[in-house]
Design a protein around this ligand. Structure first.
Ligand code: NAD
Length: 361
């Protein structure tokens, strides 16, 4: 969602991006304040993470959830899932607000009012335990600690990013990680699994995180070289994998990049999806679009919700490599890989036909 859209009123912003529904909720008893945004149910009900975050202004929360939910529509469509796009945010009064069971249960009740049109899951600030608590009051949540609920999606997301990187290497005429340097920004759940998978494949790693213990672990376990958070975007490398927060690539940071490829897990990594995709293309840096390569976790959770077998899900995650290649091939007709990915997603949604109702009450 670009700056132009954030100047619009909420209803006009929804209309501009095609959102179907935005629901606000205040639970008086627990103090929960939350928003659920359903962007599209054209391909099916919509699974998307629930983000717990302290926003400076209420409108920041609204525009975050509008932008994130739209991204989920494109991600699910390109992953070949019969799923729409939605997301939710819980507005925290301060950064380190306690994760309370009562508030999680209240969030579960809020999710339940949508009768399965929206299926919640983990996102930034939500732990597996919080997810389990939401599940106490609704069936429409995936993730958490239970096996049947899909558990932690991060290993699957990391595996999908590796497939996206494999496509990127093929595009550069390379076929293996050995001898290549991958820089990872953020060693959280996905970043650490990714480091492990790349180390196994022989890549040299350069890593950073704000948390020193996570950096130390990666250096000791995966023989990684550490740099400071302010250095990672200008490290000389073959692949840069953003695995922290979004909007890190803009007119300033793109100038300082010394990588051949951008391929990572972070959502909405381009501050301005249109202009920044062009800036990367101009610098001849291959951009593997985030919502294509970071779909592994969604495929795993949504696929289980839809009743697919683990074998089918593994094959769908593997397919991220082919989808990334398709996007690279389409780029010659769509200016950049970012524009090509969006064109592919829109085409799939437009062709989607009748919505598949799963578990809708
Ligand atoms: P996480 O919260 O576990 O990890 C994020 C890590 O980034 C933390 O260790 C944090 O300390 C670090 N970090 C934050 N800002 C930083 C900075 N400026 N410099 C260096 N390090 C910084 O999150 P995660 O689950 O690993 O997800 C990572 C990203 O991938 C997020 O943007 C998330 O939305 C996206 N994503 C995650 C999944 C998933 O399955 N978990 C799926 C799709 C997309």
């Amino acid at each position: 969602m670009n700056d132009e859209t954030t100047n619009l009123s909420p209803l006009n912003a929804m209309a501009a991006h095609g959102h179907e529904r935005v629901c606000y909720h205040v639970d008086e008893e627990t103090g929960l304040r939350a928003i659920i945004a359903v962007h599209s149910t054209r391909l099916g009900n919509a699974l998307g993470g629930c983000r717990r975050w302290h926003y400076e202004h209420e409108n920041d929360a609204l525009y975050d959830v509008l932008r994130l939910s739209e991204g989920m529509t494109w991600k699910a469509a390109c992953a070949g899932l019969a799923m729409g796009g939605a997301k939710s945010v819980i507005l925290l009064p301060e950064n380190d607000a306690e994760m309370s069971r009562d508030r999680a249960r209240a969030m579960g009740r809020f999710i339940d009012t949508l009768n399965g049109t929206y299926i919640g899951a983990e996102d930034v600030g939500v732990s597996p335990e919080f997810t389990d608590w939401m599940l106490e009051t609704t069936d429409h949540v995936m993730g958490g600690t239970g096996e049947g609920q899909g558990g932690d999606p991060s290993p699957h997301t990391a595996m999908g990013v590796v497939y996206g990187m494999q496509a990127s290497l093929r595009q550069l005429g390379r076929d293996q990680f050995a001898g290549l340097t991958v820089a990872i920004q953020g060693l959280g759940s996905v970043g650490t699994y990714l480091a492990s998978l790349l180390h196994e494949r022989g890549a040299e790693l350069v890593v950073t995180d704000q948390n020193e213990a996570k950096v130390r672990y990666a250096c000791e376990t995966f023989d990684a070289k550490a740099v400071s958070p302010s250095e990672i975007l200008s490290v000389e490398c073959d692949v840069l994998a953003p695995c922290a927060m979004g909007a890190i690539l803009d007119e300033h940071s793109i100038d300082s990049l010394r990588t051949k490829v951008i391929c990572g897990a972070a959502n909405n990594v381009l501050r301005d999806p249109d202009a920044d995709a062009r800036r990367l293309a101009k610098r001849e840096i291959l951009y593997a679009p985030d919502f294509i390569v970071n779909a592994g976790g969604l495929i795993h959770l949504a696929g289980l919700y839809l009743g697919h077998s683990l074998e089918q899900l593994k094959a769908m995650i593997e397919r991220i490599e082919d989808t990334t290649m398709t996007v690279f091939e389409m780029a010659s007709d769509h200016e950049t890989t970012g524009h090509a990915a969006l064109a592919l997603a829109r085409k799939r949604v437009a062709e989607g036909g009748v919505k598949e109702q799963i578990n809708a009450g």
